[in-house]
Design a protein around this ligand. Structure first.
Ligand SMILES: CC(C)(COP(=O)(O)OP(=O)(O)OC[C@H]1O[C@@H](n2cnc3c(N)ncnc32)[C@H](O)[C@@H]1OP(=O)(O)O)[C@@H](O)C(=O)NCCC(=O)NCCS
Length: 234
């Protein structure tokens, strides 16, 4: 396994950028604009990914691996764990942020789960909610650097898989994700979380032309991540 990355200090990315965790001093308006560009949805200014103390589990993972994370998470509420596992990683060029990737456990899936199971999902499944690079800096490899460092940051945390969805009509985005090691899912495919939850439990795509993509993060997680052949409304 590669050495843990220190995204508090930052590492070198493509196009002369520095890839690092968001800092409180980063321009939140700019981050919200990047988010909006990726998912076509506003991010409220008080969103916990912008205002909360994120990434503590990733820091612990980088410093001491899963045992340090276990210590860190003892006694934490589900929402605190959600923040600990969330991250906004930015690409900085000079003094300016020119790209960002937003990652968070899938809070919306947890509602119906008992809390020990929900805690397992928070620590094992991460959603790549959005990735965007400012239009004047695209095709320089910066988006790829953001995805690569996100994966490297979650690997020491024993995160089983990373997934997301995108507008399937944008075929170049499909190529972007497959080129970064993700599998693209057909419309009747679901992400299978059953081994993590302990009972049959699946993620399926959202509305219309949305398509799921997913990949394993921990090499130790050996279960299939895709199940095929689910009809809409299963
Ligand atoms: C998708 C995006 C983040 C890629 O960032 P980037 O820095 O341009 O990507 P890279 O330079 O690392 O390019 C990686 C690959 O994506 C392809 N690519 C480049 N620009 C692209 C674009 N506008 N759309 C899709 N794919 C693109 C490249 O051809 C490259 O392919 P290769 O690995 O075969 O050479 C960027 O195009 C973007 O911000 N798009 C708008 C926001 C968005 O749609 N985000 C995704 C939805 S969450």
């Amino acid at each position: 396994m590669a050495d843990p990355v220190d995204l508090r200090r930052g590492v070198r990315g493509a196009g002369g950028t520095r890839i690092r965790f968001r800092r409180p001093s980063d321009d939140a308006t700019l981050l919200r604009r990047l988010y909006q560009e990726a998912v076509d949805q506003d991010m409220p200014p008080d969103h916990p990914l912008l205002t909360g103390e994120t990434s503590a589990a990733l820091d612990a993972g980088a410093q001491g691996g899963p045992s340090m994370i276990r210590q860190r998470l003892t006694g934490r509420t589900l929402f605190e764990m959600y923040l600990d596992y969330s991250a906004v990683i930015v690409a900085e060029s000079g003094q300016s942020v020119i790209g960002a990737i937003f990652l968070a456990p899938p809070l919306q899936l947890l509602d119906d789960l008992p809390s020990p199971t929900a805690a397992r999902v928070v620590t094992a499944v991460i959603k790549l909610t959005a990735v965007a690079v400012s239009s004047s800096h695209r095709s320089l490899g910066i988006g790829s650097s953001l995805v690569k460092q996100a994966r490297a940051a979650y690997q020491p945390c024993n995160t089983a898989l990373m997934y997301g969805d995108f507008d399937g009509e944008n075929q170049s985005l499909g190529r972007f994700y497959t080129g970064r090691g993700f599998e693209l899912f057909d419309h009747d495919d679901v992400v299978d979380l059953s081994p993590i939850v302990g009972t049959p439990f699946y993620i399926r795509e959202g509305e219309g032309t949305d398509r799921l993509f997913a990949r394993r993060i921990s090499p130790a997680y050996s279960f299939p991540i895709r199940r095929s052949g689910f009809l809409p409304g299963f």
